[in-house]
Design a binder for this molecule. Structure first.
Ligand code: PMV
Length: 325
């Protein structure tokens, strides 16, 4: 017997970042975070629970996934199977709309889509909060790809209290994220490994201690569409996370020369009066944020820079959603 469902979700870009866990297994974060879902990019996932299967199977972009990825998917499925009181194995087929190897992390959209598809296939009808908690087990940032628009993941202290909620829908603010792709010579350390190194940096304690202040400023600036305040706190938060990364043991350097060139240019353009700021995740790509009315001018300036090869343009995206299998 086969029961199946399909779902899609957007990845998200964090304005206030998640880096380091209080509990690595449950992915209870050291601090709360705030993000925006990225419309235009998505993962689509089909989950088929099939009584004829002996174990879970995972195919990503047409290729059979490795043991580590499968184990992570099975851990999320186990939680959902437990809720449905069922042991049936599943076939999971997942496709990303964005090019692989670009350094755009797909784990947020992947685990959000997986969670919604699997819970629906088993007829669980779970509320958004519970879907967010379950997605968090697979990848922390996936908890933020369940609700729509601008999202806050409340750190919490345990499984029950750690989930994400929408602060405002996608229509609230017409922010544009232009993701500038920087070529990468070597594979970066995965964020799962990176989170485990966060506490080895003497700067992590200070970053976490100051997180509520940054969250408060960012939340209010978002709600008031106050770009100048938003820009300062978003760049500071990104710089703080990278300071922790660069001072952990071993250190993690995600920036490349092109990353820094764009960061410097963006700050200069802001001083000249353009509404624009940057944020950088666990890779060399730079997310360049601006209100829609400044996006065209920003794009022209970006394309004139020597290191810029390609740009993906995203606007605020909705919540994870069900699709036809
Ligand atoms: O969800 P993970 O384990 O891929 O961690 C995401 C980490 C960052 O992208 C660097 C920051 C964030 O909050 O998204």
């Amino acid at each position: 017997m086969i029961t199946s469902a399909a779902a899609a979700a957007h990845p998200n870009i964090a304005f206030i970042k998640y880096w380091g866990n209080r509990d690595d297994l449950l992915r209870i974060p050291a601090n709360g975070s705030i993000s925006m879902n990225l419309s235009g990019l998505q993962t689509r996932t089909i989950v088929q629970f099939d009584t004829s299967l002996e174990e879970d199977q995972l195919v990503i972009n047409g290729e059979s996934a490795g043991a580590e990825a499968l184990q992570r998917v099975s851990a999320t499925l186990d939680r959902i199977r437990e809720l449905a009181d069922l042991k049936t194995a599943a076939r999971v087929t997942s496709e990303n709309s964005f090019p692989t190897g670009t350094g755009i992390a797909s784990s947020a959209s992947a685990f959000a889509a997986l969670t919604l598809a699997a819970a629906t296939a088993l007829g669980l009808g779970l509320p958004e909060k519970e879907l967010s908690r379950l997605a968090r087990i697979g990848s922390g940032s996936a908890s933020r790809s369940i609700p729509g628009g601008f999202v806050e993941w409340q750190a919490g202290k345990d499984h029950a209290s750690s989930y994400a909620v929408s602060l405002a829908g996608p229509e609230h603010w017409d922010l544009v994220d232009q993701i500038v792709l920087i070529s990468r010579e070597h594979k970066a350390v995965s964020s799962s490994q990176g989170h485990q190194l966060a506490d080895t940096s003497p700067l992590q304690e200070a970053r976490v201690a100051d997180a509520d202040r940054r969250l408060g400023i960012c939340r209010q600036a978002l709600l008031e569409r106050d770009f100048p305040t938003f820009a300062e706190v978003v760049e500071q938060d990104s710089n703080l996370m990278h300071s922790v990364m660069m001072t952990s043991s071993p250190p993690l350097f995600y920036w490349e020369p092109g990353t820094l060139e764009i960061m410097n240019a963006v700050r200069e353009w802001r001083q000249e009066g353009l509404q624009v700021c940057y944020t950088v995740d666990a890779g060399p790509n730079v997310h360049v944020l601006s209100p829609a009315e400044h996006a065209e001018a920003v794009k022209r300036k970006l394309t004139a820079l020597t290191n810029v090869k390609s740009i993906l343009t995203c606007t605020p995206g909705g919540p994870a959603w069900l699709i036809e299998p």
